[in-house]
Design a protein around this ligand. Structure first.
Ligand SMILES: Nc1ncnc2c1ncn2[C@@H]1O[C@H](COP(=O)(O)OP(=O)(O)OP(=O)(O)O)[C@@H](O)[C@H]1O
Ligand SMILES: [Mg+2]
Length: 480
């Protein structure tokens, strides 16, 4: 049934072919273009000059895709069909989603902010995406305890507001996100040498209306005009499937720092249809870090634990060390954790422990079980809900998000779906931004506008998001 629906929309992106030729993309004998390559900007600029007769000039005003992540943010842009990642304020492809406010009223963003957070007396904020557009009552007690800053509320609706301790002031999560977005915007402008205003921002599929609204507000404060808010798994699927003619089922498993997002899509011939999605906005790498943090403190005396948990910079350092240990355990069997925190009277709390992967997997087993339930629901639920029959041989699994590098995730997928995910089908860190960049480009008409037709859902209602000129005709087909 689904295949028939898709087939009725069948068409080939002929204009895309023209761009492929201009940029020397390889085509196989079946007439399929390969997925867009990620070139660097210099290559693009050189190619533009080489093909100056065929390509008039770079677009006057670029629209960028922004993956505003809990842990890392990435900006991508598509110029004439090729997508590349724009380095952020640290001159790195990934920018740490950390903002630190200094006493003189200035602020730091990215790695410099992270380093500032390790120093005493700093107002440093990370994982803000977990708080944006959230009421305090939605946050778990344990989360309050582990955040290296205080949460209050000065809004009648009880939305979370954060405390700038040194400046004795309050700041809203969307203001912090705006400072991050503003730094990303400036980097993009410096790199592209033009004003950047239009953007597509990706959010977790399970973000509700208030989180989406707060994200839009952050963008507005940063001087960005949001062409579209896009669900992250759909963006990753676009990053993977753009330009592919063949139909296939794609399971996107996106485990980031804050959220788990799983979607099953049918893609092919420019149409990206989300069949089923589920996720958890409070199930991500941060939760694994919290398990390691608990394990580190387990065995410390009660007084020392209390001191560390009430000191913002000690907490920031503990969280940072827990994350590093977790990351190390993806590629090694054990990791040493050595920390020292000065306390009163010249004394210090010393931690010297070794965590092995088996213990790490034991202390986080319940998180993996939760993921398994969600994955089962998405993969097998689509078969009943949509009446499609997808078995493991028919589905391509995309591992997205830094958290998928944990060996327990591949094991979980193999156990549940019956197929081991292939590594490297997409860049786990960049696929979402690349899909958002392609979509932004389609919306401003820099790539063929019928190159991406996205059928996705928002949490409030089934909201078909269609890009491009084929909108009317497809709606007609649905109606008839
Ligand atoms: N090699 C690794 N092993 C385990 N975890 C890793 C590894 N590399 C990164 N991570 C974790 O991945 C998470 C960050 O991933 P990513 O950058 O995809 O998240 P994000 O996009 O910022 O978050 P979200 O999508 O939830 O908003 C962090 O928790 C980080 O510790
Ligand atoms: Mg992400």
């Amino acid at each position: 049934m689904l295949q028939k629906r898709i087939a009725t929309r069948g068409r080939v992106c002929r204009r895309q072919h023209a761009w492929d030729v201009a940029f020397g993309w390889e085509r196989n004998c079946g007439g399929r273009s390969r997925s867009p390559s990620v070139f660097d900007a210099q290559t693009i600029l050189e190619r533009c000059q080489t093909h100056s007769e065929r390509v008039c000039k770079l677009v006057a005003k670029s629209a960028v895709g922004i993956d505003l992540g809990t842990t890392n943010s990435v900006v991508a842009v598509t110029l004439h069909g090729s997508t590349f990642v724009i380095p952020g304020p640290d001159n790195q492809r990934l920018t740490k989603s950390v903002v630190s406010y200094l006493n003189d009223g200035s602020h730091l963003v990215g790695e410099k902010a992270r380093v500032q957070g390790l120093k005493p007396n700093s107002d440093t904020f990370s994982s803000i995406k977990r708080l944006i557009g959230r009421r305090r009552c939605e946050l778990e007690e344990r989360m309050y305890e582990l955040l290296p800053f205080q949460i209050m509320s000065d809004s009648p609706d009880d939305y979370a507001t954060l405390v700038l301790t040194m400046q004795r002031a309050l700041i809203r999560p969307q203001d912090i996100s705006a400072d991050l977005l503003s730094a990303l915007k400036t980097s993009a402008e410096l790199y592209l040498k033009e004003k950047v205003e239009d953007c597509v921002i990706s959010v977790p599929a399970y973000f509700g209306p208030s989180e989406r609204d707060a994200t839009l507000e952050a963008a507005k404060i940063a001087g960005l005009s949001v062409l579209r808010i896009m669900n992250e798994p759909a963006a990753a699927a676009v990053g993977y499937g753009f330009g592919k003619a063949e139909e296939e089922f794609v399971l996107v498993f996106d485990l980031g720092g804050g959220t788990l997002d799983i979607s099953l899509l049918h893609i092919g011939d420019c149409v990206f249809e989300v069949l089923n999605s589920a996720g958890d906005n409070f199930l991500g790498g941060d939760d694994f870090d919290a398990r390691v943090l608990d394990w580190i403190l387990d065995g410390c005396d009660v007084e020392a634990t209390r001191t560390l948990l009430t000191d913002a910079n000690a907490l920031f350092t503990l969280k940072d060390a827990s994350e590093s240990a977790k990351i190390a355990l993806s590629s090694q069997d054990s990791v040493e954790i050595r920390l020292e925190f000065p306390v009163e009277d010249g004394r210090a709390v010393k931690i010297d422990k070794t965590l092995d992967r088996t213990t790490f997997e034991e202390i986080s087993a319940d998180l993996v079980r939760k993921m398994e339930e969600i994955l089962r629901g998405v993969f097998f639920g689509a078969q009943t809900a949509e009446g499609v029959n997808v078995d493991e041989d028919d589905v391509e699994i995309l591992l997205v998000g830094g958290g998928t590098q944990m060996p327990c995730i591949s094991d979980l997928i193999l156990r549940t779906v019956g197929k081991a995910p292939k590594k490297g089908l997409v860049s786990a860190d960049e696929a979402v931004a690349i899909g958002a960049g392609l979509t932004a480009s389609a919306l401003v008409g820099d790539i063929p506008r019928d190159g991406i037709i996205l059928l996705d859902e928002t949490p409030t209602a089934e909201d078909i998001q269609l890009l491009g000129e084929k909108v009317e005709s497809i709606i007609d087909q649905f109606d008839s």
